[in-house]
Design a protein. Structure first.
Length: 188
């Protein structure tokens, strides 16, 4: 039997582990069930795999996305936008551009970023179900229907906005002329 300092350390580890184990289910159930997805980043033109991936944590109240990318243009500006297919059962699989006219589907700004010389980037974006926040750039209105964080098909598109130029906040803060380069698709 361990005594002294070793027993104290083991008790602390056991206590910390118990607290962590109890907190995960409580957090996970605060918004109801949740799911976690990963998907490979693809070239938007030909569907081939490109260096990068995305993860999506879903709950009925919304989604949290993380994208990790490499081999982007160095010292350049990019935007990421959401395409949310609230009625994915009505569109082709996976949902595509021809399905944007289906009621409830939408396209809107998610994030902007600038790459360093190495052309790598990591971004996060959160989307709550319900009305979109005021001030974000929207191409097709709608957002994520309340309660549909688990059921929507979600695409995230990465658009190259060009080399960095002033004012950078305008380059990465809204839709402008650019080149859609990559996408990640999360099936419902």
């Amino acid at each position: 039997m361990k005594t002294g300092i070793f027993m104290d350390i083991n008790q602390r580890l056991l206590t910390a582990g118990t607290i962590m184990a109890l907190s995960v289910p409580l957090t996970a159930h605060a918004d109801g069930p949740s799911t976690f997805q990963t998907a490979q980043m693809i070239d938007i033109n030909d569907g081939s795999d490109v260096p990068g991936a995305g993860t999506l944590l879903r709950s009925r109240r919304g989604v949290h996305a993380r994208l990790a990318m490499a081999e982007l243009e160095g010292n350049s500006s990019y935007i990421v936008f959401w395409i949310v297919w609230n009625n994915s059962a009505l569109c082709s699989k996976p949902c595509g551009e021809d399905d944007l006219g289906i009621a409830g589907n939408s396209v809107f700004y998610a994030a902007g970023f600038v790459t360093g010389p190495d052309g790598a980037a990591n971004i996060t974006a959160d989307l709550s179900a319900g009305k979109l926040p005021s001030g974000i750039d929207v191409m097709v209105p709608g957002g994520l229907k309340p309660g549909n964080g688990l059921g929507a098909e979600i695409h995230m598109i990465v658009r190259w906005q060009g080399e960095i130029k002033a004012p950078v906040d305008e380059q990465i803060g809204s839709f402008q002329d650019g080149l859609n380069q990559r996408a990640v698709v999360f099936a419902p």
